[in-house]
Design a protein around this ligand. Structure first.
Ligand SMILES: Nc1nc2c(ncn2[C@@H]2O[C@H](COP(=O)(O)OP(=O)(O)O)[C@@H](O)[C@H]2O)c(=O)[nH]1
Ligand SMILES: [Mg+2]
Length: 450
């Protein structure tokens, strides 16, 4: 299944300067052109060689590594050459131009990976995992994407398909003897295969839903009365002076957001106006924004001022927050011994001014957000896409109907048909018989050169 299409060319590394920039050429002419631009004959597949690389007119461009990969033992599954030059956009562009002058076509977004898919190197779920790995925003997401890329997700989809196939074989065998009594062994085999399929499917859906969460960035909102030190704490956690801090209550109006990385996991922190009623229109709008953010944040950190402890106002505000999402923190612990207990248990104490207690606060926040991948039981979790989850939902619907039919001792041909419908979405996940529109949809989201 080699694609004998055009030979395509693109830089594989981002534009900009750096130590190494890579240009990739894939297709039947790639080796011949590489030999022309970096003579003489290239060493066997996979062996790098240091060469002077020239443009089409023979003008020297740079000295760099040239690697030839013979199809199908290449990323795309067809003959492919990589040029590793010094990363200067001018050099890389000139090399791409030279290859285009020789007859190459600039690659479309995702076209290298699309060829890998078309040539059977990877299935569609793995191709999607390439994009997910490149775009993963933190360690857990990257690990989940790598698992899919390695084919773990695809193997489980195959296993589910195999269990369904087995059930269908039983149903169809039953069909052949439909004038006789239903074979007891076949009926038992059928039930067992359907139950097995359901178990695999439910595991896949559960891990997929958990994986879907890895695409979302957890949001943490700092709340509290004006002047308790929310913005100071925000700045400390972000590591820079993002929010304006003054001794004047009501300083912060806009909702400020910043990303922090906690042991490789990305979290969105938000700071906003302190909660109070105000005559000032801008401050009122600020409070409205905080309330809106509060409705969607994953964790609401209610900041107390240690020097006042829990005020009436604090208690009232805190009570309005959903118990499962709220956490009280006592700031300004340098001024006054902080309250150690709240109604939900111990209250972490910090001093944003002195930067004390932050590590332990972050540990508490991480635990509350269940950011520890091991604690979250992340093993087996894959970075599910909507497309995968709806396909699995569809399979689940048909499988449920098939099981009901089997239970009632329904007609074998209906049953076999239902199982066939349950298998169809699985083929779609893996991209079997995928139409051009689906492939365009998947690959056009890639960048050029992937
Ligand atoms: N002593 C002390 N003062 C603090 C601490 N954190 C903030 N402040 C002061 O409290 C005042 C209000 O701080 P700010 O961060 O603007 O509070 P916000 O209104 O809740 O955002 C400023 O004068 C800060 O310097 C702290 O941990 N200890
Ligand atoms: Mg503030």
């Amino acid at each position: 299944m080699r694609a004998h299409g055009a030979t395509i060319v693109a830089p594989a590394t981002p534009a900009g300067t750096g130590a190494i920039g890579v240009v990739r050429v894939s297709g039947p002419e790639s080796r011949r052109w590489a030999t022309r631009l970096a003579p003489p004959r290239l060493p066997p597949s996979g062996r790098p060689v240091l060469r002077l690389v020239r443009d089409a007119a023979g003008e020297p461009l740079d000295r760099g590594l040239v690697i030839f990969f013979r199809g199908p033992h290449s990323y795309t599954g067809e003959d492919l050459v990589e040029f590793h030059l010094h990363a200067n956009p001018i050099l890389l562009e000139r090399l791409v131009e030279a290859l285009v002058l020789l007859g190459g076509r600039p690659a479309e977004p995702g076209e290298f990976t699309r060829r890998a898919f078309v040539n059977g190197k990877i299935d569609l779920a793995q191709a999607e995992a390439v994009a997910d790995l490149i775009e993963a925003r933190d360690r857990a997401a990257a690990r989940a994407a790598l698992r899919s890329l390695d084919g773990e997700f695809s193997r489980r989809v195959h296993a589910l398909d195999a269990a369904l196939r087995e059930a269908r074989v039983c149903a169809e065998a039953d069909l052949d003897f439909s004038d006789q009594e239903i074979d007891a062994d076949l009926a038992e085999g059928l039930r067992r295969a359907l139950t097995g399929a359901r178990r695999v499917l439910e595991d896949l859906r559960r891990d997929g839903r958990r994986g879907e969460n890895l695409r979302k960035e957890p949001r943490v909102l700092l709340l509290g009365r004006p002047n308790v030190g929310k913005s100071s704490l925000f700045n400390r956690l972000v590591g820079e002076e993002r929010a304006i801090v003054t001794a004047v209550p009501g300083t912060t109006r806009d909702l400020l957001e910043a990303d922090v990385l906690w042991e490789g996991v990305r979290v969105r922190l938000c700071d906003g106006a302190g909660l109070r009623t105000s005559d000032d229109a801008a401050e009122r709008e600020g409070v409205a924004r905080v309330r809106q953010e509060a409705s969607r944040a994953d964790l609401l950190v209610y900041v107390l001022d240690a020097s006042t402890g829990w005020t009436e106002d604090d208690r009232r505000q805190y009570h309005l927050l959903e118990r499962s999402r709220r956490l009280a923190v006592a700031n300004k612990a340098d001024l006054h011994p902080p309250p150690t207990e709240g109604e939900d248990g111990p209250v972490p104490a910090v001093s944003a001014l002195r930067g004390e207690g932050l590590a332990s606060l972050i540990a508490t926040l991480r635990a509350r957000l269940v950011l520890d991948p091991v604690a979250a039981g992340e093993e087996g979790v894959y970075l599910a896409r909507r497309r995968h989850l709806s396909a699995l939902d569809e399979t689940a619907d048909h499988l449920a109907r098939a099981r009901a039919l089997a239970q009632e001792g329904g007609e074998a041909d209906l049953l076999a048909e239902e199982i066939r419908w349950a298998q169809k979405p699985l083929a779609a996940i893996l991209g079997e018989d995928a139409d051009g529109r689906l492939l365009d949809d998947v690959f056009h989201r890639f960048c050029i050169g992937k």
